[in-house]
Design a protein around this ligand. Structure first.
Ligand SMILES: Cc1cc2nc3c(=O)[nH]c(=O)nc-3n(C[C@H](O)[C@H](O)[C@H](O)COP(=O)(O)O)c2cc1C
Length: 200
């Protein structure tokens, strides 16, 4: 029992310590609900409890969203294979950039900015808010939003499979977020997506 507690502590320590960069465990690329069942459960939810997602759950979710499933290609398609969308993750500890090759979260801003990613009352009540940001000036904004939709749908299906709640949001205070993240004019904030455990 004591050893089990120590092992649990060691596993969660990097996460709890709120290190600059959080190394995630390797994503588990199998299991989950069958596709048709996940599709049957896919929905938007707006009622959350703030319970933390385990590092393994976080790793699996981000990999499902837009990780590498081949040497240089990803779980979501992108127009002209530009792969220009990056996922920022706002948690109670800070806003991190998901680095899929390194499989780590890189701290960009310390502090809890979850509420600042939206205008609706439920925003900030879930453990995390994903922020989808383009890292280059888009040639075609429509294509960029299409790319973003695929990533968001991957997250929807992962959440349906893992009994997590999620809702993608176009209602985002972009100017405020640009300032918080210190983004350049090359970057474009596209959508946000709330992810967490359901209230019910
Ligand atoms: C591009 C896009 C933007 C959205 N923006 C918001 C939003 O700002 N706030 C919100 O609560 N839901 C938002 N939604 C979620 C939709 O309201 C939701 O998908 C729709 O009501 C259908 O419900 P369902 O997802 O459960 O099928 C958005 C969905 C999409 C696809």
């Amino acid at each position: 029992m004591f050893m089990k507690k120590i092992l649990l502590l060691v596993a969660f320590l990097p996460f709890c310590l709120n290190a600059q960069n959080i190394k995630l465990p390797a994503p588990v690329r199998e299991g989950g609900k069958p596709l048709m069942e996940a599709l049957n459960h896919r929905c938007s939810l707006r009622s959350f409890v703030g319970k933390e997602l385990s590092p393994q759950m976080l790793s699996n979710l981000l990999w499902a969203a837009f990780g590498y499933n081949r040497a240089d290609k990803r779980t979501a398609p992108s127009a002209l294979n530009k792969q220009s969308i990056e996922i920022y993750v706002a948690t109670p500890h800070g806003i991190y950039l998901y680095a899929p090759k390194q499989n780590e979260l890189q701290l960009k801003v310390k502090g809890d900015y979850r509420k600042q990613t939206g205008m609706q009352p439920f925003v900030g009540t879930a453990y995390m808010e994903l922020i989808y940001i383009s890292k280059t000036i888009p040639v075609n904004t429509e294509m960029l939003y299409a790319d973003c939709g695929f990533i968001a749908q991957n997250v929807y299906l992962f959440c349906a499979s893992e009994k997590l709640g999620t809702v993608v949001r176009g209602s985002v205070p972009k100017e405020e977020l640009v300032k918080i993240l210190g983004l350049s004019n090359k970057n474009q904030i596209l959508l946000c997506q709330t992810v967490g455990y359901n209230k019910n």
